[in-house]
Design a protein around this ligand. Structure first.
Ligand SMILES: [Zn+2]
Length: 196
């Protein structure tokens, strides 16, 4: 158990020992609940068929939710970025998770991401439903490069393309930005036509 815990990110040997001894003393319900949660995670969690967010069914809870605003799709790199934006509570539209960002140096090209699915999604949206694609990539060199590429690919499609405002520190990560900054970046988003 200690070995298994210490292989987890951010868990040192001492913490692993503490966790193992905690479980040893814990009542069976708590310990087995954790075991079941891990089993569910590996057996049930998959990617949403529409937006590639984590899901426990064919569609994720956001795509399934009839109260979500279907006129905008916010594009993020990873499910954890989506989570950070959800926590601000200031975005009510839909998402699209790219599952990474373009990185020529690491050999990550457009075909390794869910870009084709996004383009297809924009093209096949019911007439007049989807009005805006918001690029919510991390403010890094690679995030910017990915945003520019997406802007090009979406040029000529019948949607407005915007990106989050530059309140986010360059080189920073969306998932670590504080809620107020992130909410401001969503509210102050700008059209891609004004330059990236
Ligand atoms: Zn979804």
């Amino acid at each position: 158990m200690i070995d298994a815990f210490s292989r987890l990110p951010g868990v040192g040997r001492r913490s692993a020992e503490r966790l193992a001894f905690h479980l040893l003393k814990a009542d069976p319900e708590e310990a087995l609940g954790l075991a079941r949660a891990i089993e569910d995670l590996k057996k049930l969690v998959r990617h949403c068929r529409i937006c590639f967010n984590l899901a426990d069914d064919e569609l994720c809870s956001i795509c399934r939710d009839p109260r979500r605003d279907r006129s905008s799709v916010l594009v993020v790199e990873q499910p954890k970025d989506l989570l950070a934006i959800e926590e601000t509570g200031s975005y009510t539209g839909l998402y699209h998770v790219l599952m990474g960002r373009l990185s020529p140096l690491e050999g990550v090209g457009p075909e390794d991401l869910t870009i084709e699915a996004l383009i297809e999604r924009v093209r096949s949206a019911p007439e007049g439903e989807l009005c805006e694609v918001i690029l919510g990539l991390n403010p890094t060199l690679e995030g910017d490069g990915t945003g520019l590429y997406l802007g090009e690919r979406l040029r000529g499609e019948d949607v407005r393309v915007t990106r989050l405002a530059r309140g986010l520190p360059t080189g920073g990560q969306l998932e670590l930005a504080n809620r107020a900054v992130l909410a401001e970046a969503i509210a102050g988003r700008r059209s891609l036509d004004d330059g990236f």
